[in-house]
Design a protein around this ligand. Structure first.
Ligand code: ADP
Ligand code: MG
Length: 262
């Protein structure tokens, strides 16, 4: 989480500029502008099908927008205007960018055939950032941080969903990303396991990691978000501090959504 003065002074960790994305004739993102400052925690809310996952996938270059661009730490990733490609990074540059962005999925996506330790250590080794022993040392440290220091030798199937998601968070941290994206990190979990995962994310939030979190956990958003962004129909309907968007929403669509999830 950040203070007002650091928000003003630092360059953007993430900038999404006028992003449009469509599948066939369906407009899924319809002109998204979003700026995230270093250390800022942004929570994205919105109904199912409103384009939240697509937005995260565009930020992480898993999808290309038809129009608009995304930059991470001031580095432009690809520029397209009205279908005309002005500049585009090559595959290597995209991979380098992606390694600076952590992504935590709804369904954990751990490697089933690798131990917990190797799940966390794999990416720094594969990308040549660390030797295997150094990556394993880092993985042990990160597993300790998410409260799973005793599970290093286990396989994902031996863990609860909450534990698997905490491994996925440790795995995202292993590349020391500048920003971590979470796509509904607790919606596949049994209710009693949600709290342990939110506690880990909250720890990251309070230690200054830049986070963009798609979630329906309104209480959590109120607690950790610097900014809440409400998306509907591929557009940002409103955004602001949690006290404003959650407690005094200006738009009918936001009020309607909140009345359904609260
Ligand atoms: P959310 O995460 O807010 O529920 P999504 O970004 O997953 O929304 O999806 C937004 C819309 O885009 C939905 O109507 C969905 O069906 C559609 N969509 C998402 N991915 C694809 C795809 N790969 N091909 C076609 N349509 C897609
Ligand atoms: Mg989604």
């Amino acid at each position: 989480m950040t203070t007002a003065s650091t928000l003003e002074a630092s360059p953007a960790a993430l900038e999404v500029h006028d992003v449009h994305k469509w599948y066939g004739t369906q407009r899924v993102l319809d002109g998204i502008d979003l700026t995230v400052r270093p250390g800022e925690v942004t929570v994205i809310l919105g109904p199912s099908g409103s384009g939240k996952s697509t937005l995260l996938r565009v930020i992480n270059h898993l999808e290309k927008p038809e129009v608009g661009h995304v930059s991470v730490n001031g580095e432009l990733i690809g520029v397209r205007r009205h279908g005309r490609r002005l500049k585009e990074l090559g595959e290597r540059a995209i991979l380098a960018q992606r390694s600076r962005i952590g992504f935590v999925f709804q369904n954990f996506n751990l490697f089933p055939h690798l131990t917990v330790l190797d799940n966390v250590a794999a990416a720094p080794v594969a990308t040549g950032k660390l030797s295997r022993p150094a990556a394993q040392e880092l993985a042990r440290e990160l597993l300790g941080r998410v409260g799973l220091g005793d599970k290093a030798g286990a396989y994902p199937r031996q863990l609860s969903g909450g534990q698997q998601q905490r491994v996925a968070i440790a795995r995202a941290l292993a590349l020391r990303p500048g920003i971590i994206l979470f796509d509904e990190p607790t919606s596949a979990l049994d209710p009693e396991l949600v709290g342990e995962v939110l506690a880990v994310i909250k720890d990251l939030a309070t230690s200054g990691t830049t986070l963009v979190i798609v979630t329906h956990e309104i209480g959590f958003a109120r607690e950790v978000a610097d900014r809440v962004v409400f998306v509907d129909g591929g557009r940002i309907v409103e955004q602001g501090p949690p006290g404003q968007v959650l407690d005094a929403p200006r738009h009918e669509r936001t009020r309607d959504f909140l009345s359904k999830v609260l």
